[in-house]
Design a protein around this ligand. Structure first.
Ligand code: PLP
Length: 480
């Protein structure tokens, strides 16, 4: 496909302006000549060519509205269009953020009630909606932990993180000035309790745990984990980015967690990808609520208002109030499906992931053979041994079958990892089509490994140099 610059023809335009019927003005007299330029280097095209060019490009996009998107640890569920309709309402889009509270009652009520709903869902006392993403929520949560110990006059230098954790966890902890110590996983994919006991001391501020973890497994010893951490005065932080197996079924607060961050753009069904906008609300138990960011919405006698009157707050962590439109979508989602709907989300997500796991089990190695939660993790190790086909080849080949590949090479403790999260919104037929594609790729890997290794064969671009693209991004077209 030609670049729009290559399609350019001198003098061609998308619009015609009638000839001027007023005398020409000497521009030099109005604008400094040094600021003017003759050549703008913009492509010159007819309107129809521009429309076709961008429409063609848009059809090369892949998204949940186009096809199955089983990206593990990402919860690419369908985003109901009613969420968008609500977020587009004039009262939500037209209000100036500096308007006085009296004119923003409806919007403040939405923020207040969303925080209440999330608290109820997670078993927490209060929530801040300010953080703009999951990682930003983690940072906020770790700042709350830091403040908690400062307030108690305790110096604790380290936060524990299991070896299965998402990479943002150690990054958030380090950004906040804590050391990271890694807790090993045990043979069944949970926290190694002996290792946790050995690491947990009065110098440890807490444990950051993802539950279900990134192997898609529920922490069976969560009571014991909580007792070990709290026994030494530490706090238990839940990375709740993917709460798709928990909502409506169990509450992190009841499992012993003191803090949780959620990703509204994952579990609560707002579109994500390509960098946002997202929302990473943070919930806390009552003893940590004084540290939440300000301003906070208060409800007094049926009226709502912003309040800065929290002297122990960590302060602001985002301009204005966070990504408001994402909150409107999440609120709409929660209110439209209700408590019963949320429970069904978890049940169906877990059922779908286990269905995929059972169908693919004869063809791919399953390193942790347990009932999984919202996602399942395979290893491509068998294919590597048998025919030198790697997980990355399998992922590329899936593109030829019309599927977005699952997450690969994560979590790091599984070699050649293939992490599949089907989500609750997919039908049995779609899951079957995906499983059949995976099964036929497993057969191809045996019978014609060269084919799989040269995939994708049907996409506009083939194997890109990922490393070069990340290290030296070149997205600028220049005239040569
Ligand atoms: C997605 C994810 C995050 C980070 O969320 P962002 O919104 O991308 O910053 C953190 N932890 C886990 C387990 C995740 O899946």
């Amino acid at each position: 496909m030609e670049l729009i610059f290559e399609m350019s023809r001198p003098g061609r335009t998308a619009g015609s302006i009638p000839a001027s019927d007023v005398p020409e003005v000497d521009l030099d007299r109005i604008i400094d000549a040094a600021l003017l330029r003759e050549d703008l280097d913009l492509p010159e095209l007819a309107e129809v060519d521009i429309v076709r060019h961008y429409t063609r490009l848009s059809r090369r996009n892949f998204g949940v509205d186009v096809g199955f998107y089983p990206l593990g640890s990402c919860t690419m569920k369908y985003n109901p269009k009613i969420n968008e309709n609500a977020a587009r309402l004039d009262g939500f889009t037209s209000l100036h953020p500096y308007v006085s509270d009296g004119f923003a009652q409806g919007n403040l009520q939405l923020l207040y009630e969303l925080a209440c709903d999330l608290s109820e869902i997670c078993g927490m006392a209060d929530f801040t909606l300010q953080p703009a993403a999951g990682a930003h929520g983690e940072l906020t949560g770790v700042m709350v932990i830091k403040k908690h110990f400062e307030k108690r006059g305790e110096k604790r230098s380290t936060i524990l993180i299991p070896d299965t954790a998402h990479g943002t966890n150690p990054a958030s902890v380090a950004l906040c000035g804590f050391q990271v110590a890694t807790v090993r996983s045990n043979a069944e994919g949970g926290v190694d309790l002996d290792h946790l006991r050995a690491l947990m001391s009065s110098d440890v501020a807490g444990l950051m745990l993802t539950n279900p973890n990134t192997l898609g497994l529920f922490e069976r010893n969560i009571d014991e984990v909580s007792a070990i951490v709290h026994g030494k005065g530490g706090l238990l932080y839940c990375d709740g980015a993917n709460a798709n197996a928990l909502v409506g079924v169990t509450r992190p607060g009841d499992l012993g967690f003191d803090i949780i961050q959620l990703n509204l753009h994952k579990t609560f069904s707002t579109p994500h990808g390509c960098g946002g906008p997202g929302s990473g609300p943070v919930g806390v138990k009552a003893h940590l609520a004084p540290f939440l960011p300000v301003p906070r919405v208060l409800k007094e006698g049926g009226r709502y208002r912003w309040s800065d009157e929290f002297p122990d707050s960590i302060g602001r962590i985002r301009s204005f109030y966070g990504n408001f439109s994402v909150m409107v979508k999440a609120y709409t989602y929660i209110r439209s499906i209700g408590a019963v709907g949320l429970k069904r989300v978890s049940e169906s997500a877990v059922l779908n992931a286990n269905y995929v796991k059972e169908r693919l089990r004869p063809y791919f190695q399953l390193p942790y053979d347990r009932i999984c939660m919202h996602e399942c993790v395979f290893s491509g190790e068998k294919q590597v041994q048998e025919s030198g086909v790697h997980t990355s080849d399998i992922a590329k080949r899936l593109l030829d079958y019309g599927f977005h590949p699952p997450t690969i090479y994560f979590p790091l403790i599984v070699r050649e990892a293939i992490m599949i999260e089907p989500t609750e919104t997919e039908s049995k037929e779609t899951l079957d089509e995906f499983c059949e594609a995976m099964i036929s790729i497993a057969k191809e890997a045996k019978e014609s490994p060269g084919l799989v290794k040269s995939a994708p064969l049907t996409t506009p671009v083939k194997r890109l140099d990922d490393v070069l693209a990340a290290r030296k991004p070149d997205v600028c077209w220049t005239l040569c």
